[in-house]
Write a protein that binds this ligand. Structure first.
Ligand SMILES: NC(=O)C1=CN([C@@H]2O[C@H](COP(=O)(O)OP(=O)(O)OC[C@H]3O[C@@H](n4cnc5c(N)ncnc54)[C@H](O)[C@@H]3O)[C@@H](O)[C@H]2O)C=CC1
Ligand SMILES: O=C(O)CCC(=O)C(=O)O
Length: 392
């Protein structure tokens, strides 16, 4: 029986991918084999050494101590693209809310009193305060052309906006998906200097912290909009607030409000709502539960943020061993020698590496003694050895 600890509510459709006869799922369990979570902050948590894998039902993994898990040989999985449409829709909503002054206009309408005729008169005289602008008259800059950025770029372009994108690390697959109407920015400064609105879609990393800075905001045309549904910290909030006060910026759309931001009339705050649709919650939970199950049962690695992709078909009968180790020379040689010394025949072998980690999947013709597993675990640099018995 595998034990799974949940640190947030995970969609039932996802949890149902883990059959109850094999998986015990609880928000309060000791010695779990796997953890499923969304935005729970794991950095201050003591992660039990029983944990073999962590599944993030979403995209961002800045709430998980990924480096620490890599050193322990624990893969962290996420659900790339599974909530991207939901975020794209909220970005478009944010742009429209900002450009049409929808919040102040709704607040104004909500204050009106009197007869229908009086309300109608107040509506007609009051609406001039909320005159907005249309999206096609604006140029949108998108920073980060991953699953979300690409969708926002293509959708904004289809709505008639001029769109320019910046992502020096864009994948070939994503580049193919990008509308040909989207221009390429040569640098962040190039992007900021010509965009009326900028939307960020990058992970929170050292390299992206404070990326929307005072200096870059100053390059924008007056009256601009910043949209940040990516993470707090990517924009320098103090600089944004000063720019809102001076009129340099007209609106800030944020999914990560702070006390200072909530008080400001030009800030459009959402409560980390980007991925909160039934569809996105189900997509993420299903994807990550499937990946966790495949790893626990077969050692397969798909969509990990710290392990190499490792998919080796399995006939199910013989034993499978998986080994995570430091990515240093002669590991496969040492592993094979121990198996050969124990008279074990390797039926199939896959060895992949990513950064500091290497991962090996070995199918054996028969079973394997615990003493052999102990010898494998004692090789210097080996982080984890897992034995996955054959399935009938
Ligand atoms: N508000 C919400 O509920 C949600 C927020 N997010 C946030 O959005 C972020 C992006 O999500 P996805 O598009 O799904 O991720 P993704 O991994 O598909 O795309 C991220 C893109 O950013 C690019 N990038 C990385 N560093 C960069 C830099 N310094 N400059 C320019 N581009 C850079 C990468 O090359 C990649 O193409 C997540 O990391 C997460 O923080 C994601 C989903 C929901
Ligand atoms: O699970 C959520 O609601 C948050 C989603 C998110 O921020 C992400 O996927 O990065």
């Amino acid at each position: 029986m595998y034990k799974i600890l949940t640190l947030n509510n995970i969609s039932v459709k996802g949890l149902s991918r883990l059959p109850r006869e094999q998986y015990e799922i609880s928000s309060d369990t000791t010695r779990p084999d796997g953890i499923l979570l969304r935005s729970f902050k794991m950095h201050d948590m003591e992660i039990p050494d029983s944990v073999a894998a962590i599944g993030r039902a979403g995209a961002g993994v800045n709430n998980i101590p990924v480096d620490q898990m890599t050193k322990r040989g624990v893969p962290v999985f996420n659900a790339p693209g599974a909530n991207a449409n939901a975020v794209k829709e909220l970005v478009l909503a944010g742009l429209l809310i900002a450009s049409r002054n929808i919040y102040p206009a709704m607040r104004f309408a909500g204050t009106l009193e009197g007869s229908d005729a009086e309300i109608s008169a107040a509506v007609e005289s009051g609406k001039k305060q909320f005159v907005g602008s249309e999206l096609p008259s604006k140029k949108l800059g998108i920073i980060g052309l991953g699953a979300i950025g690409i969708r926002v770029a293509n959708a904004a372009s289809a709505l008639g906006m001029k769109v320019i994108g910046y992502d020096p690390l864009i994948s070939v697959e994503n580049a193919w998906k990008l509308s040909r109407k989207v221009q390429q920015a040569l640098s962040l400064d190039h992007l900021f200097s010509q965009c009326d609105a900028v939307s960020v879609h990058v992970p929170l990393l050292d390299a992206t912290r404070g990326l929307v800075s005072k200096e870059r905001i100053a390059m924008m045309p007056d009256g601009g909009t910043i949209v940040n549904l990516a993470r707090g910290g990517i924009c320098d909030d103090e600089a944004v607030l000063a720019a809102l006060d001076s009129g340099k910026l007209n609106a800030y759309v944020i999914d990560f409000p702070t006390a200072a931001l909530l008080k400001h009339p030009k800030v459009v705050s959402f409560p980390h709502l980007g991925a909160s649709t039934e569809e996105a919650e189900e997509n993420c939970a299903i994807m990550v539960a499937d990946q966790l199950r495949e790893y626990l049962e077969d050692g397969t690695v798909r969509n990990s943020v710290n392990f190499p992709e490792a998919v080796m078909p399995r006939d199910g009968k013989g034993s499978r061993i998986t080994i995570a180790n430091a990515n240093v020379p002669n590991m496969v040689g040492q592993i094979s020698s121990i198996l050969a010394g124990a008279g074990l025949n390797i039926a199939d072998l896959l060895n992949k590496s990513r950064g500091d980690v290497a991962y090996t999947v070995i199918d054996l013709d028969g079973g394997v003694e615990d003493t052999v597993l102990e010898k494998l675990g004692a090789i210097e640099g080996v982080l984890t050895v897992r034995h996955l018995p054959g399935k009938p």
